[in-house]
Ligand binder design. Structure first.
Ligand code: GAR
Length: 192
C-alpha cells in the first residue's frame, strides 16, 4: 500500500512539487493526501489544488511566527484521522511542538537550505553567504522540538561561487533540494 503523506508549507511549494514529481515518475510509492499552509496566499496551496489534492489553510490566530498549540493539536487529530504516515515540512516557517511530535514520532521530516548544524533558522543561504562559507547546501532531517536540530537523514553540498548573491545561491541550493527531498523521504520510509 502506498504511503500517505501530508505536506506543510508557507511559500511557493517548489519542494512540494518535487514530491509530486517523484510520485509521478515512480521514484516514490506514495500519495500526498493533504497540503496545509499557514499562509492563505501561499502558492503551495495552488499547486495542490491544480493536482486535485486537498488544500487547507491553518488559522494561526494572527500570530506571525507562533504555531499555537491548539492548532497543532487539531492538526494532529486531523492527520491521524486521515491515516497520514509521514508529515513533510516543505518551507514551513513555524516550529512544530509536542502535540504533533507525539502523534507522529520520527515521522515528521523537514528540508532546510543549509548544511546543518550550520546556519539553522531563517534565510540560511544568506547566513552562509554573510559568514563567508565556501560550501553551502541543504539538509533533510527528522523534526524534533528544536529549531532545525533533529537527526540528519541526508545532505547535499552546493558550492558558493565568488559572484553569488543571496538569490543565485538560494536558486542553486533549491535545485539540490528538489533532488534531495524525495531521496530522503525514500530513505525515511525504508526506516519506518
Ligand atoms: C526552501 O529553500 C526550504 O529549504 C526553506 O524554505 C524554502 C521553501 O521553498 N525552508 C526553510 O528555510 C525552513 N527553515 P519552497 O516553498 O519553494 O519549497
Amino acid at each position: 500500500m502506498s504511503l500517505r503523506i501530508a505536506v506543510l508549507g508557507s511559500g511557493s511549494g517548489s519542494n512540494c512539487q518535487s514530491i509530486f514529481n517523484a510520485i509521478d515518475d515512480g521514484r516514490l510509492d506514495a500519495e500526498v493526501v493533504i497540503v496545509l499552509s499557514d499562509n492563505p496566499d501561499a502558492y503551495i496551496l495552488e499547486r495542490a489544488r491544480q493536482r486535485g489534492v486537498r488544500a487547507e489553510v491553518m488559522d494561526c490566530q494572527g500570530y506571525k511566527n507562533k504555531f499555537p498549540l491548539e492548532v497543532q493539536e487539531a492538526l494532529a487529530a486531523q492527520l491521524t484521522e486521515l491515516k497520514v504516515d509521514l508529515v513533510c515540512l516543505a518551507g514551513f516557517m513555524r516550529l512544530v511542538k509536542e502535540p504533533l511530535l507525539a502523534a507522529f514520532p520520527r515521522r515528521i521530516l523537514n528540508i532546510h537550505p543549509a548544511l546543518l548544524p550550520a546556519f539553522p533558522g531563517v534565510e540560511a543561504w544568506k547566513q552562509a553567504l554573510e559568514a563567508g562559507a565556501t560550501q553551502a547546501g541543504c539538509t533533510v532531517h527528522y523534526v524534533d522540538a528544536g529549531m532545525d536540530t533533529g537527526e540528519i537523514i541526508m545532505q547535499a553540498y552546493v558550492p558558493v561561487l565568488p559572484d553569488d548573491t543571496a538569490a543565485t545561491l538560494h536558486a542553486r541550493i533549491q535545485v539540490q533540494e528538489h533532488i534531495l527531498y524525495p531521496a530522503a523521504i525514500l530513505s525515511a520510509i525504508s526506516r519506518l
